[in-house]
Design a protein around this ligand. Structure first.
Ligand SMILES: [Zn+2]
Length: 347
């Protein structure tokens, strides 16, 4: 007992805490109900009667000492908090503020929007879960078109047909549903782009995924011609990929446009000489386009004799891959921080 008291006495006298945490530590360790002193008072009960008086005196003195020391520490703390508020070393370097970076797909999307907004295009949005009419029928897809089959489209619901109409509900396969909703709900002229996520039941590889992002564009007005389409996309290609970029239109087929064309740009990597990105052709495909099919206009209640229009669609992933020389589309959705932090910070 005597040794314990001596040792505690030394500890209490030598205690050198200056922070509020240290003072609290002192209180808990020595004078709280579960502290060292209480333990000793407990021990006192087991001591033979003849020694109790002396031991009790020693303990009381120790208790007074501990309480006095605690008061002293508290007072020191109060005085010091009035002069210096904290013990931190102000000369230490700051902790770096780790902000995230913008996703490369968003960087491309913002750039595309910026270019088309300057040409007077609005940004339109629509649902990702869509019914057959907005995704296929209104766009002049024939009833037996292969895109309607299970292997291409994710169906949410495929109810039994009763009255000849098609009640299927699906994940949209393109953002053209937004074009349809726009044409159906408002009166022309329209000049809008529709960025958004789309879904197709495709095997996942370096070049394809079961979901990806598109930007479609639509311009409907009186006297809109094919030359407007060509000039708009030429302007876009130069703004997006550099002023020396050339474009090429190849005849194509889509149910919703007539005539239709695929848009190629001159290869950014080899500038036309031939490389493995352009498969040694000097050209890279970036978009599909065409004049809006009269049936599509009619389906949306627009008179094709009065109004004409053009539409185009491109994959944001594809353009981002060209822009940043990314060779695997899966990188966009794998959340690999080593890949993502290479892009422009948020601030
Ligand atoms: Zn090339």
């Amino acid at each position: 007992m005597k040794e314990k008291v001596e040792s505690l006495k030394a500890q209490i006298e030598e205690f050198k805490g200056k922070t509020s945490v240290a003072v609290e530590e002192f209180r808990l360790k020595y004078i709280s109900k579960k502290g060292a002193l209480s333990e000793l008072f407990e021990d006192l009960k087991t001591i033979p009667v003849e020694q109790k008086k002396l031991a009790g005196q020693m303990l009381n003195e120790l208790k007074k000492l501990a309480e006095a020391r605690f008061n002293e520490l508290q007072q020191a703390l109060e005085t010091s908090s009035q002069t210096i508020a904290f013990d931190d070393d102000l000369t230490l370097p700051t902790i770096p503020n780790k902000t995230g970076s913008q996703h490369p797909l968003n960087l491309t999307r913002y750039r595309i929007i910026e270019i088309f907004e300057r040409l007077g295009f609005n940004v339109e949005d629509g649902p990702e879960i869509e019914n057959d009419w907005h995704n296929f029928t209104a766009l002049n897809f024939p009833e037996n078109h292969p895109a309607r089959e299970m292997q291409d489209t994710f169906f949410v619901e495929k109810p039994v047909r009763v009255d000849g109409g098609n009640p299927d509900v699906l994940l949209r396969t393109h953002t053209s549903n937004v074009q349809i909703r726009l044409m159906k709900n408002r009166k022309p002229p329209f000049r809008a782009i529709m960025p958004g996520r789309v879904y197709r039941n495709e095997a996942i590889s370096a070049r394809a995924h079961c979901f990806f992002h598109q930007v479609e564009g639509l311009y409907v007005d009186k006297n809109v011609g094919f030359s407007d389409l060509k000039q708009t996309l030429y302007h876009f290609a130069k703004e997006m990929f550099g002023k020396d970029t050339k474009i090429r239109l190849r005849p194509s087929f889509f149910p919703f446009t007539e005539p239709s064309a695929e848009i190629d740009i001159s290869c950014l990597i080899c500038h036309g000489k031939g490389c493995n990105v352009c498969k040694y052709s000097g050209w890279v495909e970036i978009a599909g386009s065409g004049m809006v099919h009269p049936n599509v206009l009619r389906n949306c209640g627009i008179d094709p004799e009065e109004y004409t229009g053009f539409a185009f669609g491109m994959g944001i992933e594809r353009i981002t891959m060209l822009r940043y020389s990314i060779n695997d589309l899966r990188l966009f959705s794998e959340n690999d921080i080593r890949f993502l932090k290479q892009f422009k910070p948020v601030i």
